[in-house]
Design a protein around this ligand. Sequence first.
Ligand SMILES: C[S@@+](CC[C@H](N)C(=O)[O-])C[C@H]1O[C@@H](n2cnc3c(N)ncnc32)[C@H](O)[C@@H]1O
Length: 290
Amino acid sequence: MPQNHTHSHAHGHAHSQAHAHNHAHQHDHQDLADILDLDAEVLHEHLTEVMAWVHEQTGDVATVLDLGAGTGAGTLALARRFPGATVTAVDVSPQMLQYLRHKAHAAGLADRIRTVEADLDGADSTGADGTKAADADLVWAANSLHHLADPVASLARIRGAIRPGGHLVAFEMDAFPRFLPGDELETRCHEAVTAMRAGDMPHLGADWGPLLRAAGFTVQAQRRFEIDLEPPLPEATGRYAQTSLRRLRQGLEGKLSPEDLTALEALAEVVPTRPDLTVQARRTAWIATP
Ligand SMILES: C[S@@+](CC[C@H](N)C(=O)[O-])C[C@H]1O[C@@H](n2cnc3c(N)ncnc32)[C@H](O)[C@@H]1O
């Protein structure tokens, strides 16, 4: 992903701090973008299966909104699954959207994909650039709803952006993927992350059925996708596991013992070559109507 260096030179202390912060932020951003791309590559077949299931439920559609689109894994899969549709990718991050546009071009899909920078926590979340709200036949939100401050309030606004007869798909991970079943260090890391997320991201792993109903939706179908990748693994799996464990490590400073943190760093280095490497992921999709 191309780095987007918006800052130029640091002059003086305050500026330097902003500069450092910006750098940290951009690295964080880069890591997330890398993981989203690797996730899309490693779980490609599974996303295709999810899209096929969505298509069975909705039939063909003309307009799609991808909310919290990130690097566009879902956007591109939607554009391919619904060849007659235009897909609008919405994200709060301009860097993600810039990268998504590159990918849409590279995939030859740019004529049907557009991007809108908007904060889904805000009141204008789906109509940010003047898009008529009641415009989408299908709204797809993958692993983005749990980031929202008040998902029910946002979902209620999103509901108003869906045409009569249209659908919303919420697709959420139950937990972060696991790579080494039975590995005690990985288990401790996940427990620490779960404890942290319970405070700052309380809707991660939630049952979205009741939340969708609270926002006025009717849930039409729910399906759990269990992913257990065993060898032979997709080529990118080692990098996916490594990048994920490194990112996990960054977030766990002070939350694990120093010994565990050091061991986690070492594990991230060798994980691509571990013979017991697998991918276990649990994700659930809810299809709802307004
Ligand atoms: C975990 S990523 C998922 C990306 C993509 N849907 C996928 O499945 O690969 C979450 C995305 O939601 C975006 N996001 C988080 N909070 C948001 C908000 N308040 N408004 C819009 N986008 C948001 C982030 O910038 C990020 O790109």
